[in-house]
Design a protein around this ligand. Sequence first.
Ligand code: RUB
Ligand code: MG
Length: 414
Amino acid sequence: MGITYEDFLDLDYEPTDEDLVCTFRIDPATGMSTEAAASRVASESSNGTWAALQTGADFTDMGATTFDIDGDLIRVAYPAGLFEPGNMPQVLSCIAGNIMGMKAVDTIRLLDCEWPESVVSAYPGPLYGSSVREEIFGVTDRPITATVPKPKVGLSTAAHAQVGYDAWVGGVDLLKDDENLTDQAFNPFSDRLTESLSLRDDAEDETGEKKSYLINVTADTQTMLDRVDEVAAQGGEYVMVDIITAGWAGLQTVRERTEKHGLAIHAHRAMHAAFDRLPAHGVSMRVLAQVSRLCGVDQLHTGTAGLGKLANEDTVGINEWLAGDLHGATDVLPVASGGLHPGLLPDLLDATGTNVCVQLGGGIHGHPDGTRAGAVALRSAIDAYVEGRAITEAAEETPELAVALDKWGTETPR
Ligand SMILES: O=C(COP(=O)(O)O)[C@H](O)[C@H](O)COP(=O)(O)O
Ligand SMILES: [Mg+2]
């Protein structure tokens, strides 16, 4: 018995319910047919290599099969037994591993995955998903809101917490750390946690509303676990993880620990664009979102449907996937963020619906009258949208919103 890469192409194969099916777009190398490149994709991502191999009796065939070729799109079926249950790094070392650099293709993009129950059931999925709105904030009819203090880093602990307080009392639900704020000398993690939660309590007393804090625990895995424990001990409800830079292994370990404490996970996706920005190559945000859901994040940045400051791909399609059925797994609350301001909200919420978290940094703190006024403007725009009123109408009663609309209009920033 032996295997060569040709064994990995079978256009008559029909995937079973147990197979993980991946869709790739490929651009074969010069002189390489699509069929030859497609069979090499299935080979290298499962159990093959460039050379023909001899196999003996002590061998379980875990080979993948390219079973469909449609122009530059190929579909590959992977047997569930190829995958260690619950080990996301191992899954990605197959379906997004060596093949990303193989010379048989000039470019290759993992576009989408169909996850079988046998694979999904080994992952925890989110603890809360979009039910954070109701479970943490008691809100059912409107998007929840978050704000990230700007400048991103450099504010002292007291100044950072004060920005949170101003935003909370202005009507925002969540203070959020920026992706590159963790435990620096100008604003140490433990001090920030304590001072922010203290002001959160004050803001709750003042407003009568539930408020919370997305503190960034991103670090080496052991430090993340220590920080998760600290957040729980201090009475937080969430931790934030930079899931791409921290890595899937770290996220999976954090997810086990947050389960013990009943904490929710806010997933920031900084560095995702290294995988998904160039359309011909890499791993799509859709797949990164799928992996995030399996690993168990409750909230995930998925872009602004093209309205904000950052390049986006298919926010609406990804959000629909995050809300859709996945063998009973909990959904994920999408977070729209990046260059948003109140004037963009109606178009944003028309595109995404209201089961989202809306995050504004510059769109609150850049308000001419400061953070609290910016927060009032955001909340007024959100409430108006939910009530079915035009934000221009709400601006007649809420001068803070009128000032924001006057400053930014409905323009997309760059
Ligand atoms: O700090 C911000 C937004 O700040 P601002 O509101 O001032 O633009 C977030 O890091 C980006 O939204 C990340 O991008 P994405 O959400 O696309 O992952
Ligand atoms: Mg940021």
